[in-house]
Design a protein around this ligand. Structure first.
Ligand code: SAM
Length: 286
């Protein structure tokens, strides 16, 4: 059996302190050390629950040096809990790097699930939860933000973003421009006193936050691309191709003639028999 310690990934509340789990409380009391993004912030949480443990800071700017220190401690047999400022560690915070480092060093990692702002926002949104994509924070570089958003034009999954209040208005405008007037849920201060979920269109959200100063923490949940609209766009695209060009497109990808005809028929929403007839017509028209 390994004498190494375990890294416990402990989810903490995203607002309401009652959202901490019994297992997290017990683990925080039992471990030798707690690694925290902001030790002052975590100290307050621990004091509230009457937990008194040594803390080590682990954040974006010291993660290389502190990551190695934490791994050394784990290798010496210490059990360590990792907590972030709020929610689930390793989601949009440097916890991801520590998990990788522990795995590389053969250290056991155990997850203690709990609150995560993305999932809380999603289930409150009223949008589809069947398939979704968590996108975290968009880049602050305008060109990168746009490129990132362009990738979702044809994505039917519900999209989830984190956003800071001072960037909210700009992000909503960019989303409207790139994705069109989709439905959105702007989830603010989840589980806190001033919790609010505004369910509207992107146009309405842009207007709202042009008129008022956004305050607090935000999760944006945006409706995925409309499958009917995508299908219509695709049909329009095929119309710009002659039948032969459409068949050639598949054959150039190494697909045999029979299969190419099958795919063309499917793309154009017609039967294979109709494709043969159309092919003949096209040939006669040449
Ligand atoms: N690890 C966290 C989690 O599990 O959700 C996320 C950390 S990330 C650095 C912080 C971002 O999460 C905030 O900027 C905000 O977008 C979102 N967030 C955190 N708490 C929130 C809350 N109570 N309501 C809305 N959004 C929140």
């Amino acid at each position: 059996m390994s004498n190494k310690g375990t890294l416990f990934l402990c989810a903490t509340p995203i607002g309401n302190l009652e959202d901490i789990t019994l297992r997290v409380l017990r683990t925080l009391k039992e471990v030798d050390l707690i690694a925290a993004e902001d030790t002052r912030h975590t100290r307050k949480l621990l004091t509230y629950f009457d937990i008194h443990k040594p803390l080590v800071s682990y954040h974006e700017h010291n993660k290389t040096e502190k990551g190695q220190y934490i791994v050394n401690q784990l290798q010496e047999g210490k059990n360590i809990a990792l907590v972030s400022d709020a929610g689930t560690p390793a989601i949009s915070d440097p916890g991801e790097d520590l998990v990788k480092l522990c795995i590389q060093n053969g250290i056991d990692v155990s997850a203690l699930p709990g609150a995560a702002a993305a999932i809380t926002g999603l289930i409150m949104s009223g949008l589809s939860t069947t398939r979704f994509s968590f996108e975290g924070f968009l880049s602050t570089v305008k060109r990168h933000r746009r490129e990132h958003m362009e990738q979702f034009r044809n994505d039917m999954r519900t999209l989830i973003f984190y956003e800071a209040p001072h960037k909210l208005s700009g992000t909503l405008k960019d989303l409207l421009q790139v994705l069109g007037n989709r439905r959105i849920a702007v989830a603010r201060e989840l589980t806190k006193k001033f919790e609010e979920v505004v369910r509207c269109t992107l146009e309405e959200a842009v207007k709202k936050y042009d008129e008022e100063q956004p305050k607090g923490e935000f999760v944006l949940v945006v409706e995925g691309a409309d499958p009917e609209q995508l299908e219509m766009q695709q049909q329009e695209k095929w119309k710009r191709f002659s039948l032969q060009q459409h068949i050639d497109m598949y054959m150039e990808q190494g697909i045999d003639h029979k299969e190419a005809l099958k795919r063309v028929a499917k793309d154009r929403g017609v039967s294979k028999r109709e494709i043969y007839a159309l092919q003949l017509k096209e040939k006669k028209g040449q």
